[in-house]
Design a binder for this molecule. Structure first.
Ligand SMILES: Nc1ncnc2c1ncn2[C@@H]1O[C@H](COP(=O)(O)OP(=O)(O)OP(=O)(O)O)[C@@H](O)[C@H]1O
Ligand code: SF4
Ligand SMILES: [Mg+2]
Length: 373
C-alpha cells in the first residue's frame, strides 16, 4: 500500500497463530491494510475468518489470550513452542527463518508510525484504552457485575488519562454527554445501577459510550450490534457516526453483516481463511465484487433487487458450497480452491499474491482478470 502521512493504522504482513491441542491454528495470514485519519474500514467475511483476531492483535490482547488458551490445554509442547517464539523474537527471527510455524504474531502494526508489536505491555497500555479503544460485542460479563456503572465509567474515563485531567464536575458532564449520545435514558438514575440490572442493549450502549469517552483516534468495533434489536442497533451506529463526524475518529468495523458494513464503512477488507482476499471502496466491493469468495459470500445476503432477479430467472439462492477449511490444516495454494467454481491447476500450488488490480482495489486471486472478462 502506498505510504501516506495521514495513515493512522497500518497493518503490514500480519500473521497470528494460536496453538491449540498441539496444533498451530493459522488464524490470520499475511494481512495488510491501512486506516487513514477519519476513515472507516470494515473487516467483513465468514465466521472464523480471523476478523476478531486482527482486532485482538491491534489491541495488544492476542498473545496473552493465545498463551492462556494453549496453557489451559495443558500439553508439554505448547511451552516449548512458545519458548521458541520468544527466542526467535529476541533474535529478530520469523517462523520462516526458524523453518517451522510458531505461535504468536509476526509482521507490523503501526499506530501513528509506532510499531505496536515491538512495544512492551506498559507502553501499549499508554495507547490502548486511550488513543485506541474497543467496542466489544456486549454481554453482562463485559462489565464488572460487582460495581455500579458510575464507578466503572468514571474508572474508564480516569484510566484514559485525557479525561483524567478534568475536574470531577467537568468529567461528569463529559460522561453525561456520551451517555446522551447513546440515548441512555436518565443517566443520573441509570448510573446508580449495577450491570446485572441492565438489558444486553443497555450494556452495549454503555460499552459504546465508554469507548467514545476518551476521544480516541481509532475505535475498533467488533460486532457491536449483533445481539441487539433494530432500535438499539440504530442508536449505536448513529452514535459512532456522530462521534466520527465531530471528532475525526477513525473506525475499524469488524462485522459479518452486509448491511452494517454498507452503512458504516468507506473501505472494506473481505476475509476468508485468515487472508484478506479483496480490499477496496465499499460500494464497489459490495455491488461488484471481484474475488470469487466475495461474490459467493455476498450472494448469501441477497438484496431485494437480487431476490427479484433470482425469482424472475427461476434460480435458487446459492450459498457458499461446502465448509471452510480447518485453520489447523489449510490446503496448499489458494485457500478458497476447495469451494471455488473457477479453480484451475494454477490455484493448487502457491498462495496467490495480494495485488493492486486497479488503484485502491486489491485482490488475492490468480484468475481475477480472466473471470472478469
Ligand atoms: N483462543 C483461541 N485458540 C485457538 N483458536 C482460536 C482461538 N480464538 C479463535 N481461534 C480460531 O481462530 C480462527 C479465527 O477466529 P476469529 O474469532 O478471529 O474469527 P472471526 O472472523 O472473528 O469469526 P466470527 O465472525 O465468528 O466472530 C478460528 O478458526 C477460530 O476457531
Ligand atoms: S485463485 Fe483460483 S481457487 Fe482461488 S479464488 Fe481465484 S480462481 Fe478461485
Ligand atoms: Mg469475531
Amino acid at each position: 500500500m502506498s505510504p501516506s502521512e495521514d495513515v493512522v493504522l497500518r497493518v503490514d504482513g500480519l500473521s497470528a497463530r494460536y496453538l491449540n491441542d498441539g496444533k498451530i491454528i493459522k488464524a490470520v495470514n499475511d494481512v495488510t491494510f491501512d486506516v487513514h485519519r477519519g476513515e472507516s474500514v470494515g473487516l467483513f467475511g465468514e465466521s472464523g475468518a480471523g476478523k476478531s483476531t486482527v482486532g485482538y492483535a491491534i489491541m495488544g490482547l492476542f498473545e496473552r489470550m493465545a498463551r492462556q488458551m494453549s496453557s489451559s490445554a495443558g500439553d508439554k509442547e505448547f511451552k516449548e513452542l512458545w519458548k521458541l517464539r520468544d527466542d526467535a523474537r529476541r533474535r529478530g527471527l520469523t517462523s520462516a527463518d526458524v523453518g517451522r510455524d510458531l505461535p504468536g504474531l509476526e509482521g507490523r502494526i503501526l499506530f501513528q508510525g509506532q510499531d505496536l508489536l515491538s512495544m512492551n505491555e506498559e507502553d501499549i497500555l499508554k495507547i490502548v484504552g486511550k488513543d485506541i479503544t474497543h467496542i466489544p460485542q456486549g454481554t453482562v460479563m463485559s462489565l464488572n457485575p460487582a460495581l455500579s456503572l458510575k464507578v466503572q465509567i468514571f474508572e474508564a474515563a480516569w484510566a484514559s488519562g485525557r479525561q483524567g485531567d478534568l475536574p470531577h464536575k467537568e468529567l461528569a458532564m463529559s460522561v453525561m454527554e456520551k451517555l446522551d449520545l447513546v440515548d441512555f435514558g436518565d443517566p443520573e438514575v441509570r448510573m446508580a445501577m449495577n450491570p446485572t440490572q441492565l438489558s444486553v442493549g443497555e450494556v452495549q450502549r454503555i460499552l459504546t459510550a465508554m469507548a467514545l469517552l476518551p476521544r480516541p483516534t481509532l475505535v475498533i468495533a467488533d460486532e457491536p450490534t449483533t445481539a441487539v434489536d433494530n432500535t438499539i442497533r440504530n442508536w449505536i451506529l448513529d452514535s459512532i457516526a456522530l462521534a466520527r463526524k465531530e471528532e475525526d475518529l477513525s473506525l475499524l468495523m469488524i462485522n459479518n453483516d452486509r448491511t452494517v458494513i454498507a452503512e458504516t464503512v468507506d473501505k472494506v477488507a473481505v476475509m476468508s481463511s485468515g487472508y484478506i482476499v479483496e480490499f477496496g471502496d465499499v460500494a464497489m466491493v459490495l455491488n461488484s465484487p471481484g474475488h470469487p469468495f466475495s461474490e459467493d459470500f455476498l450472494l448469501s445476503f441477497p438484496t431485494m433487487e437480487m431476490m427479484r432477479k433470482i425469482r424472475e430467472k427461476g434460480l435458487r439462492l446459492r450459498g457458499i458450497p461446502g465448509s471452510p477449511p480447518s485453520m489447523a490444516d489449510l490446503p496448499s495454494g489458494c485457500t478458497y480452491r476447495t469451494r471455488c467454481q473457477h479453480c484451475k491447476e494454477i490455484c493448487r500450488t502457491d498462495v496467490p499474491d495480494y495485488r493492486e488490480v486497479e488503484q485502491g482495489h486489491w485482490i488475492r486471486c490468480y484468475r481475477y482478470e480472466e473471470i472478469r472478462d
